[in-house]
Ligand binder design. Structure first.
Ligand code: EPZ
Length: 421
């Protein structure tokens, strides 16, 4: 038995689709909340499986987790116990590694299993470890588990060889209780980092420079509980903007922060998408001109997001001409191309680039989500394709897209879940 998503493609999309809270902020905010002595209430939590895994880890550490509403979580660390995190839930998502920074920061000791997550090629955490060691932590490896410990953490200057999102967040969490000042140089600038810093500062942390390449953390004695609302998910928003560009007659994507989407909106305008945005909405209207090919290179924020590379690739199969896609973040992130080619696309991959020869007719068939954003790309392609597309391994999609079937059905898509043998 397996649950799949089926799409009968070719249907025009109309209406408004609302974006949920940001997955990649949520999976940092929940581990960051354990730094507080008291209750942290976070609203805007997306209903995705990664959140369930993190709640399981919290409860394993005797953290009291309540959910007053579907999109709210209250985290109470009063009776928390810093236990070795070697349970299966840790392996379900890469972001469980954020407990390294928060538990090291709070207790000066953490034991945790190697992180899991999407198979995008090598995903080392050497920069995280470099930061923890610079702060004074000792790192040991025991049978696939990391053990981090420190008599005390002393603020210092840490240069990141790559503007890593995860390393930036993990190190700043370890530094909030360190003695003195920590400066993270060549820090990542993603909005999810700013959101995490905003919540920590509400708790009483002293962190400056969020969104810039230099983040300064002045260690404090204690962090209190707080209330925080999560930013909208720019990758979910971008995915829906792309599928609206593919099949929309008139679609409004609601609850976005437009500057988070600058690079995508610019790229879509380049290929000829009729797109406009207002305060917190993006509007996509059908136009009669076919789309033109373009070239895109993924970069750290504010460059073009690697997480929107696969969905854009699906759209570019409909553009006239050859589009070149270059990955600079995950050079092996092209597994979606094989699946799209099964549907009739003509994509030639030679890592770190892929060339999409368009336009091509897409025909529905059985395809497999190899990771979260591949799954998103296959949804875009399934909406475009003639016939029925059956997407397997949809647990990847459920990690990061709340209610995707319901949201797209409301726009007129013929999309549904089915249990098959
Ligand atoms: C975050 O992953 C996101 N995940 C990813 O989204 C996203 O693709 C990525 O940032 C880039 O924007 C979460 O926020 C949970 P990185 P992260 O550290 O932190 C190399 C999705 O689909 N690197 O910025 O793991 C690494 O190999 C997911 O939502 C090191 O070399 O990304 C990669 O090439 C997928 N050493 C590059 O940096 C390190 O210690 C980007 O990694 C850390 C990273």
């Amino acid at each position: 038995m397996e649950e799949v998503i089926k799409i009968n493609g070719g249907k025009p999309l109309n209406g408004t689709i609302r974006v949920s809270g940001a997955k990649n902020a949520t999976v940092a905010l929940i581990p960051a909340a354990v730094l507080a002595y008291g209750k942290v209430k976070i609203v805007g939590i997306p209903d995705i499986s990664d959140v369930k895994s993190l709640e399981e880890i919290l409860e394993y550490m005797n953290v009291k987790v309540t959910t007053p509403n579907i999109d709210e979580i209250v985290i109470d660390t009063t009776n928390m116990v810093n236990k070795p995190l070697v349970i299966d839930a840790v392996s379900k998502l890469r972001a469980s590694y954020y407990f390294m920074g928060s538990l090291l920061g709070k207790y000066k000791h953490v034991a945790i299993r190697m992180p899991g997550g999407c198979n995008l090629g090598p995903r080392p955490i050497d920069l995280h470890i470099k930061g923890f060691e610079a702060l004074g932590a000792k790192i040991e490896y025991d049978n696939g588990n990391y053990i981090l410990s420190a008599d005390e953490l002393i603020g210092t200057r840490i240069y990141l060889d790559f503007a890593s999102v995860g390393a930036t967040i993990n190190i700043l969490m370890a530094a909030v209780y360190a003695k003195g000042q920590t400066i993270i140089e060549n820090a990542a600038r993603e909005p999810e980092i700013i959101d995490c810093i905003n919540m920590l500062n509400k708790m009483g942390a002293r962190i400056r420079g969020g969104g810039t390449s230099n983040i300064v953390i002045d260690g404090v004695e204690k962090l209190e509980g707080c209330f925080h609302e999560i930013i909208p998910d720019r990758i979910e928003a971008g995915t829906y903007i792309i599928l609206a560009a593919a099949m929309g007659e008139h679609v409004i994507i609601d609850n976005v922060i437009p500057y988070h989407l600058d690079s995508l909106i610019s790229k879509l305008k380049e290929i000829g998408v009729n797109i406009s945005f207002s305060y917190d909405q993006v509007e996509v209207a059908k136009n009669d001109k076919p789309y033109e090919s373009t070239n895109v290179k993924t970069m750290p924020f504010p460059g073009y997001a690697t997480d929107l590379q696969a969905p854009l690739t699906a759209l570019l199969t409909q553009a006239i001409g050859n589009s070149k896609i270059t990955e600079t973040i995950y050079i092996e992130r092209f597994k979606h191309c094989n699946e799209l080619n099964k549907m009739g696309a003509n994509i030639i991959t030679a890592s770190p680039s892929a060339t999409v020869v368009g336009p091509t007719e897409l025909t529905g068939c059985d395809v497999k989500a190899t990771d979260l954003r591949c799954g998103a790309a296959l949804v875009v392609a399934g909406l475009i394709a003639s016939g029925t597309t059956t997407i397997h391994d949809i647990y990847h999609i459920d990690r990061g897209y709340e209610d995707i079937v319901a949201k797209l059905s409301a726009l007129g898509a013929d999309i549904y879940r089915e249990i098959i043998d």
